[in-house]
Design a protein around this ligand. Sequence first.
Ligand SMILES: [Zn+2]
Ligand SMILES: [Zn+2]
Length: 228
Amino acid sequence: MLAPAALTGSAIQLLISPQSEPRRRPALPQFPYHPNPVATGSVTTSDAPCMCCGQERGWVYTGPVHAAGAPDNGICPYCIAFGKAAERYDATFTDGIEGDVPKDVVTAILRRTPGFVAWQSPTWLTHCGDGAEFLGLAGAKELERYPDAVDDLRRRCAEWTWPPDEVEDFLGSLDEDDQPTAYLFRCRACATHLAYADFTGPCPPSVTGARRDPPHPPPRSNSVNNGL
Ligand SMILES: [Zn+2]
Ligand SMILES: [Zn+2]
């Protein structure tokens, strides 16, 4: 019997409407290049067995899978982390990597790291000779905290030979949930924030000025797949 003194607040609430205990889920494997895949939306909870290992792991990967014959969804993050899904389906989870990094880094990013959904082919950014950590999708509002990432975006836009005012319009129109969207990374060595942005179609409407033709969409970056 509970002493009456204990029946206060939340204890009473639990007696009135018992809550079902939420399922305890195991800790996710460590992903050095994608430290919080739940926060970025690339991994979510699931009670279904994994399509690759058949185990009920409590988590499922929701990002892209590049492989013929691999399931589009239903792979658990453990099968990604331990390379089992990459081996079984000859799969990669991101399209390409920008810049030169050692081959083991390429393998880790393409084959053992959860990818992310982008408007065009997702590209992993690198810095200081290593792959960067993916922090998530970002819009203009989210990027306010990361001026170094905005500088990086501005530099990339300048490479598209857009006029400066159009670049600023574009940066202001970035949206976490709708295109154009930025993809935010952080260097694992020097902690500089990096970002690139993409969109589909000829041009995001908010950037189209009535007075001039819309800018061309950003070209596919110098992605390399390094033969994997
Ligand atoms: Zn699995
Ligand atoms: Zn760096």
